[in-house]
Design a protein around this ligand. Structure first.
Ligand code: GAP
Length: 530
């Protein structure tokens, strides 16, 4: 199998977005009304993929850890919760407007884009050197001596440091100064006619009840975590949970993102899978390291290659954290955050105790002491994981046919445990009793896994259709099936075919699709951290 041709990452990303729409994965929301910015709907295949991802995360949390239980809290919460959590005061983006284009930007993103351009210049210079010197090219030496590379690297470091200081001190004037000093222009108007930088709160608000006034103002939750914190005592007491223990939740979150780009990477309505792990004060760094390892193993277990992931330690810590790292994935637009692991101290429980006036403490029977637990959080976006899976799975290939000719296919190499459609049953022809036999097989297997029956078009075209949605196994019913009750299984990734008895189909598929085996493997890999 050959990769059809070398696409740029940008081309690949565009093709992926088009593919997602064409094959029922993801549609722009409200499309017939020209869409709604950064809001998307999941189609018939997208919803299955999303549900499978959620299930794999949920079971890895609540089944593999006896001390983790789940909840499902409401999206609407008491408005004081968001004061206590710090979101009313500090969940802001620094925004700047261009006076000519009237366009609004995140000041830090403008600076990051400026840095990215300098980085691009460095890489171009290196590529030029490679071309010029051929086999004799010494990249390390080139990077440490070429004046253009050195100048740009120095500038990158300088701007990065200045931005870090400005963001950490919340100094909006300094942030603006960087934009002015670097002569950053508006991509639309091309001018440098900027307003001051202002903070903009990312929470959506609405009114509850029939009377519209400030006392009825409530927020759509910007993270699911707070629903866990405010239920800490309910779960701990009713579940008789002993520290350390965790509470997991999957649910919608809403953020009025200003820079909403890159398809489902940054959305205004999205889903999170969060787990808050409650520990003794002073033990949080041990658990922080533990959860970094456990979560990385979960990602790696999907089989896209360990080199596709890396950790990124936060330069600027959120208002609640004393340590934080992102799990980054190499998306078509570079390494970007897919999950955050945060050591949140006792900030949230402590503040809820203060703001609610209710004691939120844990009595430790081992030490006879009461304390406000510390928290280590793992927080992963469902939609970002969907994008991760799809971008890693998408491939265009030239494949050899039996007659020596070649064919082209687009295939989604989605891990079988996550694939939306697990198997397709295909009668080779639409006659001679084959459809009846195929439907019989379909009607047996459908109780175990989501499958598709397809009898339209040539078998080759049907295989391509299944490849394009990522179906890992096609079961073909032919004349021999009627004689000896065997079928062929065609494997999506290798396109190899294997003849198996119909009676063993369920067993063969189970081994490849059942999440149970992936969870068993994951447990083996994570045991060493316990
Ligand atoms: N409770 C902590 C928290 O919410 P976060 O880093 O702001 O931390 C966690 O968000 C994860 O949620 C991110 O790693 C990302 O996967 C996802 N996420 C955050 N904002 C998002 C957005 N606008 N669109 C899609 N996913 C988002």
């Amino acid at each position: 199998m050959l990769l059809k041709f070398r696409m740029t990452q940008e081309e690949l990303f565009k093709k992926l977005i088009a593919h997602c729409k064409e094959y029922g994965y993801i549609f722009p929301s409200s499309e017939i009304y020209d869409g709604l910015g950064a809001v998307y709907d999941y189609g018939q295949n997208g919803v299955e993929l999303k549900n499978n991802i959620k299930r794999y995360w949920w079971e890895a949390m609540v089944k593999l850890h006896e001390n983790i239980v789940g909840i499902d809290s409401a999206i609407f919460m008491h408005p004081k919760i968001w004061e206590a959590s710090g979101h009313v005061g500090a969940f802001n983006d620094p925004l700047i407007d261009n006076k000519d284009s009237k366009k609004r930007y995140r000041a830090d993103v403008l600076i990051e884009e400026y840095i990215a351009k300098l980085e691009e210049k460095v890489e171009k210079e290196v590529a030029k050197g490679k071309k010029k010197f051929g086999d004799t090219f010494d990249e390390t030496q080139f990077r440490s001596t070429n004046p253009n590379v050195l100048r740009n690297v120095e500038k990158i470091e300088e701007v990065r440091n200045k931005m870090k200081i400005a963001l950490n001190s919340g100094d909006l004037n300094r942030l603006r100064d960087i934009i002015i000093d670097c002569e950053i222009a508006c991509p639309i108007s091309g001018t440098r006619n900027w307003t001051e930088v202002r903070q903009f709160n990312l929470m959506f608000s609405t009114q509850m009840g029939s009377v519209s006034n400030d006392t009825n103002l409530i927020y759509l939750r910007p993270e699911t975590a707070q629903g866990i914190f405010v239920n800490f005592l309910n779960v701990q007491k009713t579940g008789r949970m002993k520290i350390p223990f965790g509470i997991a939740q999957i649910g919608k979150a809403f953020r009025n993102e200003i820079v909403a780009r890159q398809f489902i990477f940054r959305m205004r309505e999205f889903e999170q899978m969060e787990m808050q792990f409650f520990v003794r004060p002073g033990e949080e760094m041990k658990w922080y390291e533990y959860w970094k390892n456990i979560r990385m193993e979960w990602h790696r277990s999907l089989g896209f290659g360990n080199d596709k992931y890396r950790f990124h330690d936060h330069d600027k810590l959120a208002h609640y954290a004393n340590a934080a790292a992102d799990v980054e994935f190499n998306f078509p637009f570079g390494f970007k955050e897919v999950e955050g692991i945060h050591s949140r101290t006792d900030f949230d429980l402590g503040n809820h105790q203060k703001f609610s006036g209710k004691k939120i403490q844990y009595f430790d029977p081992d030490t006879n002491e009461s304390f406000v637990p510390y928290v280590v959080e793992t927080s992963i976006g469902v939609d970002r994981t969907v994008l991760l899976v799809l971008s890693a799975a998408y491939a265009e290939e030239t494949v050899a046919k039996d007659n020596g000719e070649t064919d082209e296919r687009v295939v989604l190499r989605i891990p079988p445990i996550l694939a939306p459609v697990k198997f397709a049953v295909l009668p080779l022809v639409k006659k001679d009793g084959l459809p009846e036999k195929a439907k019989e097989i379909m009607n047996t297997l459908k109780f175990e896994y989501k499958g598709q029956y397809d009898e339209k078009d040539t078998i080759g075209r049907r295989y391509r259709r299944q490849d394009a949605i990522g179906t890992p196994f096609c079961i073909t019913v032919d004349n021999r099936t009627l004689e000896d009750d065997t079928v062929t299984i065609r494997y999506r990734d290798t396109m190899a075919q294997e003849r198996v008895p119909v009676t063993s189909l369920s067993q063969v598929l189970d081994k490849l699709i059942n999440m149970k085996y992936a969870l068993q493997d994951l447990e083996l890999k994570t045991n060493k951290y316990k």
